[in-house]
Ligand binder design. Structure first.
Ligand code: SF4
Length: 241
């Protein structure tokens, strides 16, 4: 079956603004959108630019918007879209560098701000740190993040406030403060106790809807809010004579 692929094109060296280009392509019945994009590039236009690597929802590099839904191109089957007209656009909230290829720097910069590594100055035990199953259960959901930026791109707060840390960074912070090996103290996650941190979230849960790995980053943001709130209360009561 023939499909029309309308793909957003933009070459900053040639184009004044982004525009759609149509390609007619007949994918194999089981093809994903990414396989179709690769075939279009290989057979029709070698200048078509997009990111991809693992092709199995592990690297997180092929995130795009397909018929209005933010997802991984390697996860989305063409046939399952139920239409022969497929519109592919780059991730919103991130500047287009070329075609479907966006500048991920704001996303990485937000992640860097939360210091996304275990804070532990102590000696590593001879057999490594051990974490029991109950503690693993608390963070397992958040470990699955592949840093694809689908949530950041779908977030209405990130679209209007470039300072907002965004769902992925905040969910990652929650994953770390819940980890028994992480010894960062209250002051380090206090940095996110701000309007451009946890309190900036509008709780519209777009991030939960689009996350291809079911991380549900908004769950982490709300849990961080509770932790910060409880810590604040403890400080207030401690200060009382
Ligand atoms: Fe992607 Fe989900 Fe991680 Fe956001 S939380 S970066 S949508 S995997």
């Amino acid at each position: 079956m023939k499909y029309i692929f309308k793909i957003l094109r933009y070459d900053p060296e040639k184009d004044e603004k982004p525009h759609f280009q149509e390609f007619i392509h007949e994918p194999c019945p089981a093809d994903t959108v990414m396989e179709a994009m690769k075939d279009i590039r290989d057979q029709q236009d070698p200048t078509l630019s997009f990111r991809y690597s693992c092709r199995e929802a592990i690297c997180g590099s092929c995130a795009v918007v397909i018929n209005g839904h933010t997802t991984l191109a390697c996860l989305q089957s063409v046939a399952a879209l139920g239409t022969t007209e497929i519109v592919i656009e780059p991730l919103p909230n991130l500047e287009i560098q070329k075609d479907l290829y966006v500048d991920m720097d704001p996303f990485w910069e937000a992640l860097e701000k939360i210091e996304p590594y275990i804070h532990n100055e102590g000696e590593v035990p001879e057999n490594g740190h051990e974490i029991d199953e109950a503690e693993m259960d608390k963070i397992y959901q958040f470990i699955s993040c592949i840093l694809c930026a689908c949530c950041y791109s779908a977030c209405p707060v990130a679209s209007r406030d470039g300072r907002y840390l965004g769902p992925a960074a905040l969910a990652k912070l929650y994953r770390l403060v819940q980890d028994p090996r992480d010894q960062r103290d209250y002051t380090s996650w206090r940095q996110v106790n701000a309007e451009d941190g946890v309190w900036g979230c509008d709780t519209v849960f777009k991030c939960n809807d689009v996350c291809p790995k079911e991380v549900r980053p908004a769950d982490g943001i709300l849990a961080l809010r509770r932790k910060i709130f409880v810590s604040e209360l403890k400080h207030i009561f401690k200060r009382k004579p």
